[in-house]
Ligand binder design. Structure first.
Ligand code: ATP
Length: 297
């Protein structure tokens, strides 16, 4: 089990992580979401023993983070982890395998990360996406129980992303815990079994993507209107939280779509192509974090 128990980490007056408690379980793929500055990287750094909590405890398989790393139980891929310049990809991967207590074969690690063809290339000659694949290889150089990834697919092309997530899914299916921070909400929606929403160092939401969408409690309504659209009565519709008019198409967000649509017909307009749908994870995330901002201000 991996867990944070009332963990706080402050930089001066900024509480980057503020009383965070959560547990991660084997076989779970967990997405850590949050706006810029929410505390995601700090939380991952605490989990990897790169930073120390001011208060509370971080436990990784019954020990502190550093002991767990020394025991080879944690693989990590950080945002800007420097790669040694003057070595080749193969040399770097071999080194990572040599350092891991339960290493995989370097050739397999290279193949899994899709970098066998660039194995002889110097690390400082790689493109951004290739360097990212090498970081991925380093994170999976051995058999670790927890894989921690900070913005892992930034700079990867579509094929690399798909291969990357297929591998992570395999890792989770084999009982490993995969925790990743991301700004790509569609990836979190598609891949994560569990989504954590962090905001100003606190956990705002914790559940499946479907639960997070339901928690946002809003729905999208879209329809077309003919002729000149008078926006004022539309803006006054009940339970409306946002509206966007583009050409003849009106898109609104409502906390009670049934009541909003009922009132819409009451305006005497004839909406065509009416659609009511749940929020996507991205809209739910924005709704949840904006509601929290409004509550705090
Ligand atoms: N070394 C540091 N010194 C001072 N403040 C810091 C330091 N590292 C982070 N912070 C602050 O702590 C807060 C959380 O930062 P953190 O990098 O953990 O957020 P994040 O969610 O990873 O953000 P992003 O999405 O932008 O990567 C921010 O307000 C940030 O400015």
């Amino acid at each position: 089990m991996v867990g944070f128990d009332r963990v706080t980490k402050a930089y001066g007056a900024v509480r980057a992580v503020d009383g965070l408690s959560l547990e991660l379980h084997p076989g779970e793929t967990v997405a850590l979401l949050g706006p810029n500055g929410a505390g995601k990287s700090t939380a991952l750094d605490l989990l990897l023993g790169l930073k120390h909590a001011d208060d509370g405890t971080v436990r990784v398989f019954g020990t502190g983070p550093r002991e767990a790393i020394v025991a080879g139980r944690v693989g990590a891929m950080l945002q800007s982890g420097g790669l040694m310049d003057e070595v080749t990809v193969a040399e770097l991967v071999r080194l990572a395998c040599d350092l891991h207590p339960k290493p995989y074969k370097p050739a397999d690690v290279l193949a899994r990360a899709g970098i066998s063809q660039i194995a002889d290339r110097k690390v400082n000659k790689l493109s951004g996406g290739q360097a990212q694949r090498v970081r991925f290889a380093l994170a999976t150089a051995g058999d670790s129980d927890l894989i921690v990834l900070d913005e892992p697919t930034t700079g990867m092309d579509v094929a690399a992303r798909q291969a990357f997530w297929a591998t992570m899914r395999e890792q989770a299916d084999q009982g490993r815990t995969v925790l990743f921070a991301t700004h790509y909400l569609e990836e979190a929606d598609a891949i994560a079994d569990r989504v954590l929403v962090l905001h100003r160092g606190r956990l705002l939401a914790d559940g499946t993507a479907a639960e997070i969408k339901a928690k946002a409690g809003a729905r999208r309504v879209s329809f077309d209107l003919e002729g000149t659209i008078d926006e004022a009565p539309l803006r006054a519709l009940p339970f409306l939280t946002s509206i966007d008019v583009s050409g003849q198409t009106v898109r609104i967000q409502s906390t009670d779509a049934d009541a909003t649509v009922h009132a819409l017909y009451g305006l005497g307009v004839y909406p065509r192509n009416l659609e009511v749908a749940g929020l996507g994870l991205e809209q739910a995330f924005v709704a949840i974090t904006e509601a929290e901002e409004a509550r705090q201000s």
